[in-house]
Design a protein around this ligand. Structure first.
Ligand code: 3HC
Length: 328
């Protein structure tokens, strides 16, 4: 299946001759590192690509609140509970900045939400895995937020102004998220042998799905070539994945945990860690809805939307009343 996607999936780039004058001028602005703003002319595909990526990013932030939300009532201390609550609230905020950035491209919030609920829009594969123990919460902060930052720091320099600017604050907050996760895991690793075993078990389950967060390998990445030409993406999926592995190995050593990959070793010639084969069958299965929690996550989002309808209706009615009052 993976080989088939490699063969058929990747889109060809337009040659210079195939571009219109407007497209050539647009590309020249990108090449000169000028930002594109909402009122600027842009190719339809650039707009579509951004709407797809930013809205899916927003959905990931919001769906990502669910696995951690499961542990708010079970956090082991008041301090950990307060930190977890703050982190989850931050993720909700990230979703809001990102939905707002996507709205500048001409799509409405309702259309984006509808695409999520109907399964047309994706959200990060990582959030379709369950959080079985408290150690999963620390591991998510360390690995999942760590992978998110690796991907998102370059997005601060992406060509679309509202997206790049939204990423500045998001990255600052994600770095706090990663540090709190690492701190929580460090406490477990310095605790009892049972706590350390729990941390190792969480790492064993989250390591490979975290590597999948960066998307398919470059030769199977449908959008990378065009997104990189437009500087929506600055680095490829594989480049970021490699950086993440290189950054994480020494962190695992400090924790005294073993990354679950027998092929992981430093490659002196490359100046990077080599790592084992990723199970891309699993990745595509999760993308198609076959992960352990896909159904549960979408169900939680759609029922939150339905149950919150009265709040949206009340807020709208209140706003309309205020407008009417001001007018009279
Ligand atoms: N999960 C789900 N879908 C994924 C995926 C993943 N980990 N990786 C790739 N895909 C999807 C793509 O969306 C695309 O599907 P589509 O055509 O239906 O949209 C398809 O697989 C092919 O992948 P490509 O490599 O061609 O796609 P992209 O060029 O869009 O690259 C990406 C994928 C690297 C995830 C890119 O979209 C990106 O950088 N997005 C912004 C960052 C983001 O969305 N992060 C979510 C992480 S979680 C998070 O931020 C929450 C935080 O609190 C932890």
């Amino acid at each position: 299946m993976y080989a088939q996607m490699v063969k058929t999936g990747v889109k060809a780039l337009k040659s210079e001759a195939e571009m219109s004058d407007a497209e050539r001028a647009f590309q020249a602005r990108i090449d000169a590192d000028l930002r594109i703003e909402p009122r600027d002319w842009m190719p339809d595909d650039y707009r579509r690509t951004l709407i797809r990526q930013i809205s899916q990013h927003a959905h990931s932030e919001v769906v990502g609140m669910l696995p951690e939300g499961n542990w708010v009532t079970r956090a082991p201390s008041l301090k950990r509970k307060a930190i977890l609550l703050a982190k989850i609230q931050d993720e909700g905020g990230h979703g809001l900045y990102l939905y707002s950035a996507a709205e500048t491209l001409g799509i409405t919030r309702d259309q984006m939400i509808e695409a999520l609920h109907s399964g047309k829009a994706k959200y990060s594969s990582i959030f379709n895995y369950p959080t079985l123990t408290w150690a999963d919460i620390g591991t998510i902060g360390w690995l999942v937020d760590g992978a998110a930052i690796m991907n998102q720091i370059p997005l601060q320099r992406c060509s679309y102004g509202p997206y790049a600017r939204a990423m500045v604050r998001i990255c600052k907050e994600e770095s706090f998220h990663m540090r709190q996760g690492y701190d929580s895991l460090l406490a477990l690793c310095r605790g009892t042998s049972e706590q350390k075993r729990m941390a190792q078990d969480a790492l064993d389950r989250w390591w490979w799905p975290s590597l999948m967060m960066f998307g398919p390998p470059d030769d199977a990445s449908v959008h990378s070539a065009q997104s990189m030409r437009w500087k929506i993406k600055i680095f490829s999926n594989d480049e970021l994945r490699q950086r993440f592995v290189d950054q994480t190995v020494p962190q695992a050593e400090i924790l005294g945990l073993t990354l679950p990959d027998p092929d992981l070793r430093w490659n002196e010639a490359r100046g990077h860690y080599d790592f084992g084969a990723i199970d891309w069958e699993e990745f595509y299965r999760v993308l198609k809805g076959g992960g352990p929690c896909n159904r549960e996550r979408l169900q939680a989002r759609t029922s939150a939307w339905e149950e919150g309808r009265w709040v949206r209706d009340a807020a709208l009615a209140c706003a309309e009343k205020q407008v009417r009052r001001q007018a009279s």
